[in-house]
Design a protein around this ligand. Structure first.
Ligand SMILES: C[S@@+](CC[C@H](N)C(=O)[O-])C[C@H]1O[C@@H](n2cnc3c(N)ncnc32)[C@H](O)[C@@H]1O
Length: 319
């Protein structure tokens, strides 16, 4: 049994069977072209029913990595994306009248998740791990996400949206209008998040907006430009996007507080930064490889870029 399936506890195969997009049997495309009842996702009626779903379309967005995406739509204000629905399925008809709604629920599949965990550490928790069902974490046994996004326009089978917290390529399972009279409960409690707010019992927990401002020191800027030119990694953009969402230490976001200050890891690079109020100052970049690792593997191209970097910006001698 794969290690990650074991972590899931009671029903170890559930993720493997239902969570792996590649393993879902493809249904025959709907042949009917007129509007009418079409075959929907089905349930196998054996002992352990499996639900069969098929994407109705995909998200197209600039964000290709998890750290580039906001944690919720309210923190992604202004981030544009498209949802492209699949042709040949009568979705033109299914979309009729949707444009009259300002906000739309997108039900989607966290397709870039390797597995699930019963307990997770949400970025906003200062009180430890929480049960995954008490969070909005992507690491779920059935990796289904729900986001309320702003609908700008519907162009044929393409929805132009704003405030997207979904990665490029995310499979979309369903769309529904956000209906304030039934969906909005502004006075509802905030669960464990209420403990995280410092601004009074009735206050809403602070959302991670507005973004932190991220400034690069001249040294860090020169190093980021060098890495982009020599390693083809737009590291400056990655640093900015990650730290703008919040520089608090978090293993998933690869931010930690070390003896010598705050560190962010981006691929094999390390970034030293400081935080004052809502301003992040990026001080210096470094290779994530130790000297002994760089001394070995002389034929390795990645290591060579790191050696060249350190020839330009040597590390201070260890005292
Ligand atoms: C905390 S989840 C919240 C998603 C949704 N609003 C919800 O509450 O179900 C948002 C994070 O999921 C990650 N994410 C977005 N799209 C993903 C995908 N297709 N696969 C895996 N992770 C994804 C990104 O790191 C993003 O910051």
């Amino acid at each position: 049994m794969p290690a990650r399936a074991k972590r899931g506890g009671g029903a170890p195969l559930l993720y493997e069977e239902a969570g792996d997009l590649e393993s879902i049997p493809a249904r025959r495309p709907c042949a009917k072209s007129r509007v009418g009842i079409v075959k929907a996702g089905s349930i196998d009626s054996d002992q352990s029913p499996r639900l069969r779903l098929e994407p109705i379309g995909y998200v197209r967005a600039a964000a290709a990595t998890k750290v580039q995406v906001a944690r919720q739509p309210r923190a992604a204000q202004g981030v544009t994306a498209r949802i492209e629905l699949l042709p040949g399925r009568n979705f033109e008809h299914a979309l009729e009248d949707l444009a009259s709604w300002e906000l739309v629920w997108v039900v989607f599949w966290f397709h870039r998740n390797p597995g699930w965990r019963p307990k997770v550490l949400p970025p906003r928790s200062t009180t430890g791990r929480k049960g995954v069902f008490a969070t909005r974490s992507p690491h779920r046994p059935n990796p289904i996400g729900i986001s309320v996004v702003r609908l700008e326009r519907v162009d044929g089978l393409v929805l132009r949206i704003r405030d997207s917290d979904m990665l490029d390529g995310t499979p979309v399972l369903d769309l529904k209008p956000y209906v304030p009279y039934t969906d909005a409960h502004p006075a509802a409690g905030n669960g464990w998040l209420a403990e995280e707010t410092t601004s009074g019992a009735d206050a809403q927990p602070d959302d991670p907006v507005p973004a932190f401002t991220v400034r690069f020191e001249p040294l860090a800027l020169a190093q980021a430009e060098w890495i982009q030119a020599h390693a083809g990694l737009p590291i400056g953009e990655r640093i900015r996007a990650t730290l703008a969402l919040g520089p608090a230490p978090h293993p998933y976001r690869r931010i930690r507080r070390g003896a010598d200050g705050m560190r962010l890891a981006v691929k094999e690079w390390r970034v030293r930064f400081t935080v004052l109020d809502r301003q992040v100052r990026v001080i210096q970049l470094d290779s994530g490889f130790r000297a002994s690792q760089l001394a070995a593997g002389t034929g390795d191209k990645t290591l060579q870029v790191h050696r060249d970097f350190l020839a330009q910006w040597p590390r201070p001698p260890v005292t």
